[in-house]
Design a protein around this ligand. Structure first.
Ligand code: AVJ
Length: 338
């Protein structure tokens, strides 16, 4: 285990510790991913680069859209079942992967506090300001709570998650972000997550969007107000700013469709005409044919059976699956089989 690039305690009484594993300017692996993705026969970019400040704002707006049900559905499950999750797990600690504003997590923290078990929160997020802000706010709101923040990428820095104590732990991965992984990578990632958990003691709390009417799914990723389209094009603005590229974001059309074979939503950007793009920081010149598409995200949708199978392949046994009243989204609890 490498030492953190920086370790800062912000509270004098030791309730907050924040460790950063990102060197300055290395919040993401953008340059490598762009070079890799834009030189493939079918161009693609990983979705994690959507989320600069503007991208995070646009995502927050998406969560409020009438068409985008996952956030509301997941929150309703938490509101309805948090006490039961607290009871079933007896958790003293929540480790949250991609914690962001921790907005939905508060529901769970409140339930653990009410059950009298809450002790520590371990947010893992690439945005240092987010980790610090939620550490400050949550320690102010939950008396006696310790926060051990990790500024890092949950795909690369899981080994820095502190060892579990005596109390049971929940590792939470909410929002359906697991859907961004392709099936093979998804199982590999779940196996890594499973290593943070002790069999029969600790639980993974996983949010997954469910397979449903394609029209409902497609509307959620192609809203009438065009917010998702802006979110999609934002990745080109990130590349322009960070790597000096000259993409014309407006010359790319937003494309979102449900792949019925693979049962995932795919988002793409389609070049409206032939285009030449320079990316000076990479010494890279990229050509787009008219109507050529660049894949920017997959968002997999699950059936209960697929969820069970993926978890099992990662050495995790599903112990509970909770859905919202409309049956749109699932939160599951699972524990290593040992
Ligand atoms: C944050 C990955 C869960 O896949 O639904 C929302 C991102 N993309 N609208 C999702 C997203 C387009 C979102 N996740």
């Amino acid at each position: 285990m490498n030492p953190p690039a920086s370790a800062v305690s912000t509270a004098t009484d030791g309730t907050i510790v924040v460790h950063s594993y990102l060197r300055p300017g290395e919040e993401r692996t953008l340059a490598e991913d762009v070079l890799d993705g834009l030189t493939k026969p079918f161009k693609e970019l990983p979705p994690k680069h959507f989320y600069d400040t503007r991208g995070a704002e646009l995502f927050d707006q998406i969560c409020e859209l009438p068409e985008y049900y996952p956030t509301r559905a997941e929150r309703s499950i938490l509101v309805l079942h948090a006490a039961q999750i607290a009871h079933a797990t007896g958790a003293g600690e929540i480790v949250e992967l991609g914690s962001g504003t921790a907005e939905k997590t508060r529901v769970l923290l409140s339930a653990l506090a009410a059950a009298g078990t809450l002790r520590r929160y371990v947010p893992v997020d690439v945005t240092e300001a987010m980790v610090r802000r939620c550490a400050d706010e949550l320690t102010a709101d939950f008396g006696g709570l310790h926060v051990h923040g990790i500024v890092g990428d949950f795909e690369r820095h899981l080994s820095h998650v502190p060892r579990a104590d005596d109390e049971p732990r929940i590792v939470a991965f909410l929002g359906g972000t697991i859907g961004n992984f392709t099936p093979g990578a998804r199982r590999r990632f779940l196996r890594q997550v499973a290593r943070l958990l002790r069999p029969g003691v600790d639980h993974l709390l996983l949010g997954t969007d469910l397979v449903k009417d394609p029209a409902v799914l497609e509307a959620a990723y192609d809203d009438a107000a065009g917010v998702t389209a802006e979110f999609n094009r934002n990745v080109l603005r990130v590349i322009n700013r960070e790597l000096g590229a000259d993409f014309e974001p407006e010359a790319f059309e937003h494309v979102a469709f449900f792949d019925r074979e693979r049962e995932w939503i795919e988002m793409r950007l389609r070049a409206s005409r032939r285009m030449h793009v320079s990316i000076p920081e990479l010494g890279l010149e990229v050509d787009f044919a008219a109507r050529e598409e660049l894949r920017t995200e997959i968002s997999a949708k699950f059936t209960p059976q697929r969820l069970r199978d993926d978890l099992a392949a990662a050495g995790l046994e599903l112990t509970q699956i909770l859905t919202d009243p409309a049956g749109q989204f699932a939160l599951s609890l699972s524990t290593p089989t040992g």
